[in-house]
Design a protein around this ligand. Sequence first.
Ligand SMILES: Nc1nc2c(ncn2[C@@H]2O[C@H](COP(=O)(O)OP(=O)(O)OP(=O)(O)O)[C@@H](O)[C@H]2O)c(=O)[nH]1
Ligand SMILES: [Zn+2]
Length: 368
Amino acid sequence: MSPRFDALRAIGWPFEGMPPPGPWQDAMQAHPGARPARVIEQHRSGYIVAEGLAGGFAVESLPDWQRPRLPPGERPAVGDWLLVEGDAAGDARAAALLPRRTAIKRGAAGEHYGQQVIAANIDIVFVVTGLDGDFNPRRIERYLLLVQSGGARPVVVLTKADRDGVDDTAARAELTDAIGAGVPVVAVNAKDRGSVAALEQWLPPGSTAVLVGSSGAGKSTLTNTLLGIEKMKTGAVRESDARGRHTTTHRALIPLPSGACLIDTPGMRELKPTGEERLADGGFEDIEALAGDCRFRDCRHDREPGCAVRAAIDAGALDAQRFANYLKLRDELAGAADQLATRQAQKADERVQGKALNKRLDDKYGRH
Ligand SMILES: Nc1nc2c(ncn2[C@@H]2O[C@H](COP(=O)(O)OP(=O)(O)OP(=O)(O)O)[C@@H](O)[C@H]2O)c(=O)[nH]1
Ligand SMILES: [Zn+2]
């Protein structure tokens, strides 16, 4: 059966039909009986995938993906494209994972590789922040680190620009100080179609976007405005919900009129920077590269002789403020890494104690 590319396109298939020559095409030719489908949920023994907008179906995982020590890059995640064989209504099986283009990763305590892929093949991440009390340049900076380290492109969306007393010029200036000028920043009224249309330039057909940001930042409002639906389950509904939550999470892949697709899963909604993001991948590559030229491998770039980083600052090649941000972040990351190590040590300890307890029970009552 040949793939239905039109249907796939609506859920983010990045080509107009067959992939061009390259690894995707090779994989498809190596599995001529299989067809592409996109992962929308990840479960212990398999995946829910979609071949279009009509419902998902279960596929059995490849045994290889069940190995506990599999590097995170090799286990499919939400947003990945699989090649699947068999009947969607019955015995569908995964045959291969198509190479991943981008990944949003997060440090995960207890994972062997310390990292977990939250979503794959995301082109654009809208980092959504309200221009009200929610506004916090440091938090935005953390999100950017998280996004850029996986290869996705971030765009900062400042919502509630229409609110009284909001000064988006001042907010932008503050933000540019923190993150530099390389990342687009757009201020919008998330409820207004004309205003939100400014985001469409990042939403071409076949692309995949996600919205991240704190609760109340305006993600649902933006989603609905992008969809052209005036009111769905946003604030008004939520206020009547005792648990303070609404339910947009069951729609994992949302096709937009622009031809792009939004991924909205609980994992994405809860995406928060942990502090374990890697500096080298997160927009500080230049500084890390400079550090490689310092005379001492453990140079703190403080007063050490032969410090390439200081030399670059003195020569005006590196902005002192960016370097200060880098140092702050580096200290925070070191703190987070310490905490992580402590947690992992505790876990290992608990496991050992658990085993000892099991053994005592086994000795007493026989194997259980
Ligand atoms: N005036 C104005 N209100 C907005 C704007 N964006 C969001 N709001 C309001 O802010 C409240 C929260 O917005 P939501 O879209 O529910 O926020 P969310 O990010 O989806 O929140 P969670 O679902 O909890 O993650 C709602 O009452 C929205 O109407 C905006 O640009 N302007
Ligand atoms: Zn140095």
